[in-house]
Design a protein around this ligand. Structure first.
Ligand code: NAD
Ligand code: UD1
Length: 337
């Protein structure tokens, strides 16, 4: 199968490209490299021994996107490209709506005119907002609480409408929980620009000595140890979920939504402990006030993906931390040498 992967140079994208190549697919990446480095794809080629073509294009450049799809003979598109920092989206919502929503419209128009009607979309558990109905099922009402989350919610709604209007479309809406970890080679992984927003990359930078300590946002939640609980999913499990979803939409039309999570929650302190063990050093931390907008507990009901796709997460927190650490310690500055 020939697959176009938007955002394929990024964290989750590069791991998914690797899995696609290993399964024998022909892959073209479309990425403007605004939050990534082409080195990720060089390393994917090194690991797999296979070639991947990079088109350095912005999704907002509709003529260029059109050109890639028109001549490409693609069977499917996996759409990762997007901006993802919640705080930044609150400060600059228009940039987020433009990049994520308008960029997706350009992509869909180009797919439509090229006759490519199969798409896997990176949604997020953030569409559930702060719902307390854990485990979170796909049937819940969507109530994103910030501009980033609302871009995901709007794109999901747009894709549902598209599938209703034209029954030849087949779309997978994948709601990721908290991706972490890296490919077991330690050659590719997450390479955040600036201060990491998410827990695991922050902990990893403390462990490697790039940051002094972790600030734990809130120690008074009604959880096992007072800290927030999340569903951390290994990025390779996530990548494999995309292949399962791609398979499903080759055989079925319509819009499908699946949680990609493990179904198990871990607290901040459990993550700190597991990472410390993986790295063989203790992680310094300080309890501070809650982060505004954070839910106490969030984890997936992962039953639908298992029933429909035969997919479930296979790797645990220990393996995730060990793999994340291998990547971090051998690439302390990410892809920036
Ligand atoms: P990432 O930033 O590493 O990857 C996104 C890629 O998209 C980057 O390579 C970036 O350069 C590219 N990109 C952004 N805007 C573009 C544009 N206009 N044109 C072309 N390329 C563009 O992020 P990631 O963690 O790999 O996330 C991938 C997707 O998954 C995103 O849509 C994100 O919102 C979603 N997601 C991520 C998480 C997470 O915690 N990492 C959780 C839920 C959902
Ligand atoms: C965040 C985003 C969410 C996004 C998700 C995955 C917010 C408000 N939400 O959610 O939209 O879908 O990432 O990208 O930003 N923590 C600390 N110290 C830190 C960092 C995090 O204690 O320095 C805690 C948090 O309070 C939380 C847990 O660690 O309890 C996980 O945080 P994070 O990795 O940011 O993920 P989410 O909160 O799930």
């Amino acid at each position: 199968m020939k697959v176009l992967v938007t955002g394929g140079a990024g964290y989750i994208g590069s791991h998914t490209v690797l899995c696609l190549l290993e399964e024998g697919h022909d892959v073209v990446v479309l990425d403007n490299l605004s939050n990534s480095n082409a080195e990720s794809l060089i390393r994917v080629q090194e690991i797999t021994g296979k070639q991947v073509a990079l088109q350095e294009i912005d999704l907002l450049d509709s003529a260029a996107v059109h050109g890639v799809l028109r001549g490409g003979n693609f069977d499917s598109v996996v759409h990762f490209a997007g901006l993802k920092a919640v705080g930044e989206s609150v400060v600059d919502p228009l940039t987020y709506y433009k990049n994520n929503v308008a960029g997706t419209i350009n992509l869909l128009e180009s797919m439509q005119s090229a006759g490519v009607h199969r798409l896997v979309f990176s949604s997020s558990a953030t569409v559930y907002g702060n719902s307390e109905n854990v485990p979170l099922t796909e049937k819940l009402h969507l109530e994103a609480t910030n501009p980033y989350g609302r871009t995901k919610q709007h794109i999901e709604e747009m894709l549902n409408d598209l599938c209703t209007s034209d029954p030849t479309w087949a779309v997978a809406l994948l709601r990721y929980f908290n991706p972490a970890g890296a490919h077991e080679s330690g050659l590719i992984g997450e390479s955040p620009v600036g201060v990491p927003n998410n827990l695991v990359p922050f902990v990893a930078q403390v462990a490697v000595g790039r940051r002094d300590k972790l600030f734990v946002f809130g120690g008074d939640y009604p959880t096992i140890d007072g800290t927030g609980v999340r569903d951390y999913i290994h990025v390779m499990d996530l990548a494999e979920g995309h292949l399962a979803a791609l398979g499903h939409i080759q055989r079925n039309c319509g819009a499908f939504k699946w949680n990609l999570g493990t179904g198990k929650g871990s607290s901040v302190l459990e993550v700190v402990d597991a990472f410390g063990k993986a790295a063989g050093r203790s992680i310094k931390y300080e309890l501070v006030a809650r982060r505004p907008g954070d839910a106490a507990v969030s984890y997936a009901d992962a039953a639908a993906a298992l029933a429909d796709l035969g997919w479930s997460a296979r790797r645990n927190l220990e393996q995730m931390c060990a793999d994340h650490w291998r990547w971090q310690v051998s690439n302390p500055n990410g892809y920036e040498r």
